[in-house]
Design a binder for this molecule. Structure first.
Ligand code: PEP
Length: 268
């Protein structure tokens, strides 16, 4: 395979997948081997996957390049304690995780994670040197009432309360409109995505000053190889966060290739 780096920007392109409650350790190990090959071909791309907790310990012995991050789909805010079923930041560090996602819509809706909970998780993740992928996004109802901006503003303000600006290089945001995620959802158009992404950027600058410009904003929600090119052409996202379409190496690669070819044509 030829080496290929996106030509139009010195900022890395971010590309990752949330495996949700899918895959065995053997399957994820095979995926990591594929990711390492892919990372060598696309050195300007920061790749990451979020496999289930149970597989993370089985990945510790696989050395990986700096442009491959492996992360967890959630964590508890306490280091240890009487929290049956939960996993803490020190436990994630123990198994070599680079990153933790917080605030995925399924956590917010199905497990009742509040913004206050997410804030505690984020601050504790930072204490343990984990990178954080914070998911934000409005529901269909909130969009319908015209409260998308209020929703995003509240999520960002509370979730990032007290975030040390010196740790901003460890923060990524995924804009994931709840109505556009998962099976049976509605695909968002770039015209629906871009104002929200611009709004998020504005809030990050309001919270952190000019440093807020450097925080990567990814888009996620039913992205696939067929629909991803307009997202790159017509929005200001720094990367893509993909579920179903990237659960298999072939799918992961075909979405990545389509996104990178769109990215090259944007400024060439
Ligand atoms: C997700 O659940 O975060 C997601 C982006 O999933 P999908 O791409 O399958 O909509």
């Amino acid at each position: 395979m030829m080496s290929c780096t996106p030509s139009h920007s010195s900022r890395p392109f971010y590309f990752g997948s949330n495996f949700k409650m899918h895959k065995t350790t053997a399957e994820v190990r095979a995926f990591v081997a594929f990711l390492k090959e892919t990372a060598a071909v696309y050195p300007g791309v920061q790749l990451f996957i979020l496999p289930p907790f149970t597989t993370l310990g089985g990945l510790v012995d696989i050395p990986r390049p700096a442009n491959v991050w492996i992360g967890a789909q959630d964590m508890h805010w306490a280091d240890s304690g009487a929290y049956t079923g939960a996993i803490s930041a020190p436990m994630l560090r123990d198994v070599g995780a680079d990153l933790v996602m917080v605030g995925h819509a399924e956590r917010r809706v199905l497990f009742y994670d509040t913004d206050q909970d997410l804030n505690k998780k984020i601050l504790n993740a930072l204490r343990h040197d984990l990178r954080v992928l914070l998911c934000v996004g409005e529901t269909a109802e909130q969009r319908g009432y015209g409260t998308t901006e209020e929703t995003l503003a509240t999520q960002l303000r509370i979730d990032l309360h007290g975030f040390d600006p010196r740790a901003l290089d460890r923060l990524m945001i995924a804009y994931e409109p709840v109505w556009a995620i998962g099976e049976g959802s509605q695909e968002a158009t770039p015209a629906e995505i871009e104002p929200a992404v611009q709004f998020i950027r504005g809030r990050l600058v309001a919270l952190f000053g000019e440093a807020g410009q450097t925080i990567p904003i990814l888009y996620g929600g039913s992205v696939n190889a067929q629909n991803c090119m307009p997202y790159i052409h017509s929005t200001s996202v720094d990367g893509l966060f993909v579920g179903r379409a990237a659960w298999q190496p072939e799918g992961f690669l075909s979405v990545l290739k389509a996104a990178l070819s769109a990215r090259q044509t944007v400024t060439s």
